[in-house]
Design a protein around this ligand. Structure first.
Ligand SMILES: N[C@@H](CCC(=O)N[C@@H](CS)C(=O)NCC(=O)O)C(=O)O
Length: 228
């Protein structure tokens, strides 16, 4: 059954990114909509009525509101019929997905919003955590001996991991270079045609650490939850 799918989010390269990547990989059509365009109101007015008061949220058939980016990822996997049915592999995939998702804070807000001295302090403070988690991820993919974290084809956990590793390059490009197997993983994801086409055309995130902006349809917009 075909559903109408609307992914509601803000101007940031953060938690809507893995759902977007998975939508493009599975070739499921969806609409990307900014919160203020969907509701016609400022975020502060909308927030109290969102099921878990944060975005992204996927609206299905104008009726069902699915919050929590990991729930959205699982839903897309199920919709595409690529869910992992083996209980052990499914649990391992969830462990990868959650471990990568824990990189969200403070990596994503720092890259999308922090500037100047604050950016440098946040970057330096999180470095040991990032390195430790990247070590764990590199070990997991090496032990698995497949192209991606579970199979030779990517699943939700791979796109969540991809997003955070990819974003780390904008925090400090040298970190990922310490992990050749993770770099190869990024290349393998980027070499999938539908994913590469999405990555080449998505809004560019510019002026990180100075005054971060997303370039949407050729126009730079300050990152954030406000219409500009
Ligand atoms: N656990 C949630 C976290 C969602 C989240 O932190 N959303 C942020 C943007 S990335 C947000 O809605 N910020 C605005 C606010 O909290 O008012 C998920 O994975 O979706």
């Amino acid at each position: 059954m075909k559903h109408k799918l609307e992914l509601i989010y803000f101007k940031m390269r953060a938690l809507a990114e893995a759902p977007r990547l998975l939508f493009h990989y599975t070739k499921i059509k969806y609409d990307d909509v900014m919160s203020w365009d969907y509701y016609g109101k400022e975020w502060s007015e909308v927030k109290p009525n969102i099921p878990f008061k944060q975005l992204p949220m996927l609206v299905v058939d104008k009726k069902h509101k699915i919050c929590q980016s990991m729930a959205i990822m699982t839903f897309i996997e199920n919709l595409a019929g690529i869910d992992i049915t083996d209980p052990i592999l499914n649990a391992k995939a969830n462990a990868i997905m959650q471990s990568s998702q824990e990189l969200f804070m403070p990596l994503n807000p720092t890259v999308n919003f922090a500037t100047g001295e604050k950016f440098i302090k946040k970057r330096d403070d999180m470095m040991s955590f990032l390195i430790s988690r990247f070590e764990d991820l590199e070990k997991a993919i090496k032990e698995n001996d497949q192209k991606f974290f579970i199979y030779d084809e990517p699943r939700a956990c791979d796109f969540v991991t991809f997003h955070h590793l990819d974003l780390s390059k904008m925090l400090e490009p040298s970190i990922i270079k310490k992990f050749p197997r993770l770099e190869k993983f990024l290349e393998d994801i980027m070499s999938i045609d539908s994913v590469r086409s999405y990555l080449e055309n998505r809004p560019e995130l510019i002026d990180v650490s100075v005054e971060p902006k997303l370039v949407i349809d050729g126009v730079p917009h300050l990152t954030g939850v406000k219409k500009t």
